[in-house]
Design a protein around this ligand. Structure first.
Ligand code: BG6
Length: 468
């Protein structure tokens, strides 16, 4: 490309983590359990008592991020560390921990980008039905208010709910979303819970604008463009269906405050439309995000439904299930895969960004992107992760092409700053720039090592993306 536009000078280079996957210390200093602490740990994977021990080693970790030149660090706040029961009494030690974390970032000129909810509903609220309980809207807004009041003087970037679309489409895999016993219309139940999250999010965004006029807030869904398996009109239509259900539902609602019409029609067809409470319609329209945060790992490909849920995609791939009557998941034969079976599609990243920008015209922050692999620590303390460098380089290149296309990009925070516990494949599935010395069950030294990608990313940031 002859006339590449440069990354903006203010571009937020950084990386991401989430509280329950990185902190450890999951039941100390007053923290209440979250749904992640009480769910059954997937077979063969570690529990969450230690993770990367970020809770105790955050200073060292942030110093390493500063060494890489980070401009931003995206992390989440554990709801049950702030409010052990989800509502009611605040845990002063929890408030203090995130004060320290935020101050540590700022002392290195790193902007904290805070995710308010990343898969970790307080266990006490889980017992009360989690998002199926209409009160969840108020629980979340109360939690949001506490965060804004305590941290809003220093935190300029906020994200509401991480990957709400993944929760809705595959909640049981993540260990969240309950189907109450005796439920006769599961689809309706799921989209009712989804509706509660949407209302909660909109109210939190409005509250943020009211309390913190200088702050910026946005959603953080996982957005991947859906391709048709062929140019058959039936396949193209299936791709439209899944794009609406997987992607646009969440952004149409966050940005415009309306339900995507294709999704609404599908829910109507199955008697599954969510019930609105008085005031919901206005609340949904009052959100107005300042930017779109989104996670991107790979695109999805679908074919016309053959009336079953069978797909030819392995269960380890995101977007694995088909939905009878809507689409059939399809393995894209043109794309290579990671060691964990996830397709790799850098060009799809640019296509996803273009599509989002033409639909919503809002600036965007990449809140996750990355490659999970079995990294090896060599005897001399190195990790030669050239595969990760390649993945990230290929994706950053596409961000710059998207900028050249005229899309507004504010930052890039891949997954993950340091190694942490994956959602369901344990510690051995590593994503970090910083290697954490522990195995699945053997905690070893927990020492930090700089991977090859660490030095590479440092150079990328120092050159503001011109030296890839
Ligand atoms: C995203 C989540 O879905 O992908 C993260 O927001 C997660 O929490 C990441 O860790 C990678 O997925 P996984 O399943 O490999 O951990």
């Amino acid at each position: 490309h002859k006339n590449l536009k440069p990354f903006p000078q203010t571009f937020l280079w950084g990386a991401s983590t989430s509280a329950y996957q990185v902190e450890g210390a999951n039941l100390i200093d007053g923290k209440g359990p979250s749904c992640q602490d009480v769910k059954q740990v997937p077979e063969g994977t570690s529990d969450l008592t230690v993770c990367a021990d970020h809770y105790h080693r955050y200073k060292e970790d942030i110093a390493l991020m500063a060494e890489m030149g980070f401009k931003a660090y995206r992390f989440s706040i554990s709801w049950s560390r702030i409010l052990p029961e989800g509502t009611g009494d605040v845990n002063p030690k929890g408030i203090e921990f995130y004060n320290n974390l935020i101050n540590e970032c700022l002392s290195h000129n790193i902007q904290p980008i805070i995710t308010m909810f990343h898969f970790d509903m307080p266990a006490k609220l889980d017992e009360r039905g989690s998002w199926s309980n209409r009160e969840s809207v108020d629980w979340f807004v109360n939690f949001a208010r506490i965060l804004f009041e305590n941290y809003g003087d220093r935190v300029k970037y906020w994200l509401t709910i991480n990957e709400q679309n993944v929760l809705t489409l595959s909640g049981p895999v993540i260990g969240t979303l309950h189907i109450p016993e005796g439920c006769t219309n599961e689809l309706k139940e799921i989209y009712q819970q989804n509706h509660h999250m949407l209302v909660a999010q909109a109210k939190a965004m409005a509250l943020c604008h009211e309390l913190l006029p200088d702050a910026k807030i946005g959603p953080a869904p996982n957005i991947s463009l859906v391709y048709p398996a062929s140019c058959k009109p039936e396949d193209v239509q299936a791709a439209q269906n899944f794009n609406a259900l997987r992607n646009w539902l969440y952004l149409d609602m966050s940005v415009y405050g309306v339900y995507n019409n294709l999704v609404w029609a599908y829910l109507e067809e199955h008697d599954a439309c969510p019930e609105f409470m008085p005031g919901d319609e206005e609340a949904l329209k009052s959100g107005h995000p300042d930017f779109i945060g989104f996670n991107y790992y790979n695109t999805a490909t679908v074919a016309a439904s053959d009336g079953t849920e069978i797909s030819d995609v392995h269960a380890d791939q995101q977007n694995a299930q088909g939905i009878a009557g809507l689409y059939r998941a399809f393995r894209n034969p043109n794309l290579p895969k990671t060691e964990f079976g996830w397709e790799i599609d850098p060009m799809g990243f640019r296509a996803t960004i273009r599509e989002m920008y033409s639909r919503y015209r809002l600036p965007m922050i990449v809140t996750e992107n990355g490659l999970g692999a079995y990294d090896k620590l060599t005897e001399d303390g190195k990790v030669h992760d050239s595969y990760r460098i390649k993945y990230l380089r290929d994706h950053i290149e596409q961000v710059q092409l998207a900028i050249t296309d005229g899309c507004e990009m504010l930052g890039y925070c891949p997954w993950s700053a340091l190694d942490l516990i994956s959602t369901h494949e344990g510690m051995v599935k590593r994503y970090g720039f910083i290697y954490v010395d522990r195995d699945e069950f053997d905690l070893k030294t927990l020492d930090r090592y700089r991977k090859d990608s660490f030095y590479w990313y440092k150079k990328v940031i120092a050159s503001n993306g011109s030296d890839l």
